[in-house]
Design a protein around this ligand. Sequence first.
Ligand code: SAM
Length: 284
Amino acid sequence: MTPPTVSSLIRLVTERLTKSGIEEASTESRLLIRSAFGWSAIEQFTNLDDTPPTKHLEVLESHIRRRESREPLQYITGTTEFYSRQFSVNESVLIPRPETEQLVSLAIEFVRTQNIGDPKIADIGTGSGAIAISLALEMPSAKIYATDISGDAVIIARQNAENLGAELDICKGNLLDPLDGQYDVIVSNPPYILSGQLNSLQAEVRKEPILALDGGNDGLGVIRPLLANIKNKLKENTSAVFIEIDPPVEHKVMQMAQSQFPHGKISLLSDLSGLSRYITIEHI
Ligand SMILES: C[S@@+](CC[C@H](N)C(=O)[O-])C[C@H]1O[C@@H](n2cnc3c(N)ncnc32)[C@H](O)[C@@H]1O
């Protein structure tokens, strides 16, 4: 039976999501309804006392079932926010995380403090394109390249670039292989979860692509070859690498960076929770 008002529909959906163990059930219920009905927050608010439009109820029901089976909300609504912009996401790409925004800020800060007028920047393992596209839009004079080994991710990244009006080159390929020449900045948020921990991840995370998560037996399966080959892709003077890491492997990553860049300035930086989350290498 159709609930008499949008308010009562919100309550009903909230109850179903709560039963499935979803913590932010009330917020998610509103978001699922908005997305299924094509409403903005204001439209939903002004319709609270009205009868829900029946033509969208079937879509809503299928979205609720997907969420009850612990599919991430962002895959169902098809969108997520990163660096204050909306990016399309689906099951081919990692849902960009808030901590990765800091990687974007670090790269921008480096370019500005070093006064690099028209920087050449590469993003390795671009996924939805969140990092590369944000950099392109924040620094319009930059020449940005992005790579990903997943052809499906490259399709989404290119769609996001087009929708957001960003100009950059996005190529399918392994790590640095598609890149020509030398770069001022290379950024990456590579897969870094230990293979043995994949099964114990939160149900929603397990729905994200394995290629985006699996860092091999020691979590360094992608970072290791990336660091081993990165030096000859960097400009000789004043260039830098910014890589997001898993805090428990900070010492191992630090050692690898030191052996590749014995004269580089290498630092570990913390995320907003105080965990070592980024390694920066200044190759000066
Ligand atoms: C953790 S996700 C990061 C996605 C995006 N940069 C972000 O921060 O939201 C890692 C990405 O690296 C890609 N990837 C994994 N192995 C790769 C490789 N050998 N070469 C290039 N990309 C790779 C995956 O397909 C995935 O899109």
